[in-house]
Each structure stands twice: as structure tokens, then as C-alpha cells.
Design a protein around this ligand. Structure first.
Ligand SMILES: C[S@@+](CC[C@H](N)C(=O)[O-])C[C@H]1O[C@@H](n2cnc3c(N)ncnc32)[C@H](O)[C@@H]1O
Length: 154
């Protein structure tokens, strides 16, 4: 299994980068004992070329055969344990997974149609850099749930 986080835009030095790096480090440490690999962050820079150019970059970044989990406000609002179980299922199937976060222009209908899962963090639209932070935290939380660690207390 390989895990990829495919995101439009480059995160510069700043609070969001500190948080993303921290949660991805924690995921790597907690996931090791669970057979979960570190998350490979793929940053795509379309330099404001628009949704079509971003879609092309995303399509090229998706490993063949990988399950595609897009972040989309119109998607499903999973509980954290549900996300953890989904990741466990992909791990048990030895399935590669690509989590995809769009840029300012969002994701295309084509990508929405081909996605295996669309994850929503609520009906409101969040800035993509904050979605990256929230996803990194939820992935770490998922690993903590699977490990039975006390981080998740709900
Ligand atoms: C600024 S938003 C793009 C908004 C764009 N106007 C649209 O209609 O999709 C950038 C990216 O953040 C993610 N995103 C924003 N809000 C979200 C939410 N509530 N749940 C999940 N992902 C979200 C999506 O991947 C989106 O493509």
C-alpha cells in the first residue's frame, strides 16, 4: 500500500505548513506499527492556469490503480472512526490511495465522477491550505484510532 496526498498549490513556510508537517510526522510514527506507510505529499503548481490545467496535473499525479479519495464539500461527512475503518480496509486490500485536494477553482466534474470516495468537511467551502491541515489531522487521528491510542476520545 502507498498513500499519497495530492494537493494543488505549494505550502510556503508558515503556520499551515508547520501543522501539516507535524500531523504527517505523527501519522508516519503511529502508522508504522499498523502497516501504514508515510504519506507521500505531492504538491502541484499550476500557477493559476485554471481548473483545466489543474485537472491535467492531478490526473497525471494519480498512480494507476490507486483508490481516489477527493476532498469535496459536496461529499460524504464521514465520522473519524469511519475514515479510520476505510483506511484499514484499503490497507487490508493492499490498495494504494490518493487523497486529492483541489485549488482555488475546485475539482472537475470528471474527477468527481471517477473518485472512489468524496470526503466532505462540511457544506461550507474552506481554503485549500486549511483543508490540507484538517485532512492531515484526520489521517493522524485515523491512525491513532486504529492503534487504540488515547488521542481520539469521542
Ligand atoms: C477553495 S476550495 C475550491 C472551491 C471551488 N470554488 C469549488 O467549487 O470547488 C479548494 C479545495 O478545497 C477542498 N475543500 C474546500 N472546502 C471543502 C469542504 N467543506 N470539504 C472538503 N473539501 C473541501 C476541495 O478539494 C476544493 O477543491
Amino acid at each position: 500500500m502507498k498513500l499519497h496526498l495530492v494537493a494543488v498549490g505549494r505550502l510556503r513556510k508558515g503556520p499551515e505548513k508547520v501543522l501539516v508537517d507535524d500531523y504527517l510526522d505523527r501519522f508516519a510514527r503511529t502508522g508504522r506499527a499498523l502497516g501504514l506507510p508515510p504519506i507521500n505529499l505531492v504538491e502541484l503548481d499550476a500557477r493559476g492556469a485554471g481548473q483545466g490545467a489543474e485537472a491535467d496535473l492531478i490526473a497525471r499525479a494519480l498512480p494507476p490503480g490507486a483508490a481516489v479519495a477527493i476532498l469535496d464539500e459536496r461529499g460524504r461527512q464521514l465520522t473519524s472512526p469511519e475514515l479510520a475503518r476505510q483506511i484499514e480496509t484499503w490497507r487490508d486490500q493492499a490498495r494504494d490511495v490518493a487523497f486529492v485536494i483541489g485549488g482555488a477553482d475546485g475539482l472537475t466534474d470528471e474527477l468527481r465522477a471517477r473518485a472512489d470516495l468524496a470526503i466532505s468537511f462540511g457544506a461550507v467551502v474552506w481554503p485549500h491550505m486549511l483543508v490540507r491541515v484538517m485532512l492531515a489531522e484526520q489521517l493522524y487521528r485515523a491512525a491513532a484510532i486504529l492503534a487504540g491510542a488515547p488521542y481520539h476520545r469521542a
